[in-house]
Ligand binder design. Structure first.
Ligand SMILES: Cc1cc2nc3c(=O)[nH]c(=O)nc-3n(C[C@H](O)[C@H](O)[C@H](O)COP(=O)(O)O)c2cc1C
Length: 527
């Protein structure tokens, strides 16, 4: 019962929400005792990045072919833009009593467990070392300086998670949400890089333990016990096509010369609850060192976005809808099919994703031009057709709906009430144009590689980030839905075992804004 696979499966089972009982979480929340949303390290130099908020001329639709966007030079200003457009503040909201910050990357409950680190080696912009991005100050905290002899210039962004920050509100299910947030953050980083004419690739071979050392998050005495960070992923930032790169061994060599500075400040909240299963699953799903993956998938060209927006404007204006207009006119079919095409693994947004597409999208169509309301599926890998058919309900009709997309009608009927009930009774799932369940190939993947449990959620988060931005580009809005009744969704789809599992829900439609909330600028607090 104690193999990593068993522990991951046990975690997944026990953190399912059920119609009759939610997964274990805190019984009460003291809102005055929320974790500090911004991590800071005391005792390191703070390097201010150039003033945020600069708009760039690049259009959102140009990000479909990022190789045609002229690359910005690697300067402190472009590094600042990269970090701002990926993880920086996008606005403050106020209801007259409380004020809270929103960021370019979304987060379940706006708790933001994801932290970003920049590793610079021999770049003209920054001394070689490790820097933590402090999003409130839009500054870099110099956590470490390297003293190795100069080699090729290279720059990386590493992500880590403070699970406890999310668990404060969501208890045991929090680990899943932290993984969704990593996926969203990866997507946010990809779009930010593309806006600068840059791209990212994943250092997919490296083990979590190696990444922890690189980022300094294994330095136990620098962190308060429950508030430690767990390493997630390391991305190389490609700032120009011809640059030579460091090998992982060379990067480790630089890191071995690090002199570290500072300690993480306390996130201040009182640790009322403890959820040992979070550390258990986190250890069981830790990634070992693996052979580097080689991506072979061809890319496709998307139907162009219908409206022209500057990418930087769109990225900063991305928000979650809190309510939708249930009387909206049907979503134009051109928008719908652009959105479906945009989440395919062959798009520029997925170019950095080294794993085979494992997530398919079951769609509750409520208000889409040309489509009868009902349940549909988009297979993101059309070769999965027979496997998905074999695992799902025999009553599905599997009527093809499109020439090139593997998009099928499964069942006609008004799905609004079903979608709402399944998504923890949230009307955002029924008042939209469509809502959806991201369903991942599950047991075949995690039986052999339990650490891939996390990547399945990341893939969902990445799809979600694409949906958020595509919705904005179409004048619509979207919202991630982490709260849904897992096995009730499986029952509807006819899934009776672990071959496939629903890992994330989403919804997209015409947002209704809450007039009681005021929006304030993101960085008015900077001098
Ligand atoms: C993984 C994830 C799960 C979420 N689940 C829900 C949900 O179940 N219901 C909801 O109304 N919003 C949900 N959201 C939206 C967040 O509440 C929202 O991202 C956060 O408040 C920050 O606001 P913003 O997206 O406008 O920046 C979710 C977001 C993420 C990333």
């Amino acid at each position: 019962m104690n193999s990593p696979h068993d522990l991951v499966l046990n975690y997944h089972q026990r953190t399912k929400h059920r119609l009759e009982r939610y997964a274990n979480g805190p019984e009460t929340l003291d809102w005055d005792d929320q974790p500090e949303p911004f991590r800071r390290f005391s005792g390191c130099e703070l390097i201010a990045l150039p003033r945020p908020g600069r708009e760039l001329a690049v259009l959102f639709t140009e990000l479909d072919t990022p190789q045609q966007i002229p690359a910005h030079a690697l300067t402190l200003e472009s590094i600042g833009l990269l970090l701002e457009l990926a993880f920086g503040l996008s606005a403050w909201k106020s209801d007259g009593f409380n004020r809270w910050a929103l960021r370019c990357n979304p987060s379940s409950g706006n708790l933001h467990p994801t932290e970003a680190y920049l590793i610079s080696v021999n770049t003209p912009a920054l001394a070689s070392g490790v820097y933590h991005y402090a999003s409130y100050e839009h500054s870099l905290e110099q956590r470490a300086l390297f003293s190795a002899a100069p080699t090729e210039a290279d720059i990386f962004i590493g992500l880590s998670s403070i699970h406890w920050r999310e668990a404060w509100k969501y208890g045991e299910r929090a680990y899943r949400y932290c993984q969704h947030d990593v996926g969203h953050a990866l997507g946010a980083l990809r779009y930010a890089a593309a806006t600068l004419g840059w791209s990212i690739s994943l250092m997919d071979a490296i083990a979590d333990a190696e990444l922890a050392t690189l980022l300094g998050v294994d330095r136990d005495t620098d962190f308060i016990h429950h508030e430690h960070e767990v390493p997630d992923v390391l991305c190389r930032i490609h700032t120009s096509a011809s640059a030579a790169h460091l090998t992982p061994a060379q990067l480790a060599e630089h890191a071995s010369t690090a002199q570290w500075f500072g300690c993480a400040d306390s996130l201040r909240a009182y640790h009322a609850y403890s959820w040992p299963v979070l550390d258990e699953v986190s250890n069981a799903a830790a990634k070992p060192r693996t052979a580097p993956l080689i991506k072979t998938i061809d890319t496709i060209l998307l139907p162009p976005a219908l409206k022209q927006h500057r990418a930087s404007t769109l990225i900063r204006q991305r928000r979650s809808a809190q309510q939708f207009d249930g009387n909206m006119p049907a979503l134009p079919s051109a928008v719908f099919y652009r959105v479906l095409s945009a989440v395919l693994p062959q798009t520029a947004a997925f170019a950095f994703w080294p794993w085979r597409a494992a997530v398919h999208v079951f769609i509750f169509v409520h208000r889409v031009e040309g489509l009868t309301p009902g349940l549909y599926v988009l297979l993101r890998d059309h070769t999965a057709l027979k496997t998905v058919q074999a695992a799902t309900s025999e009553r599905f009709v599997w009527q093809p709906q499109h020439d090139t997309l593997a998009f099928y009608l499964l069942h006609t009927g008004d799905m609004k009430q079903r979608a709402k009930t399944l998504s923890c009774h949230q009307s955002i799932a029924s008042d939209s144009a469509f809502s959806l369940a991201m369903v991942a190939e599950f047991s075949t993947i995690i039986t052999h590689e339990p650490w891939r449990y996390r990547q399945l959620f990341w893939e969902c988060g990445l799809i979600g980030q694409i949906l958020y931005l595509e919705a904005e580009a179409a004048g619509m809005r979207a919202t991630g839905i982490g709260c849904y009744f897992d096995d009730s969704v499986h029952e509807l789809l006819g899934l009776t075992d672990n071959r496939f599992q629903s890992l994330y829900h989403f919804t997209l439609g015409k947002a209704q804004t809450d007039a009681r909330l005021h929006t304030l600028p993101a960085y008015a607090h900077l001098p």
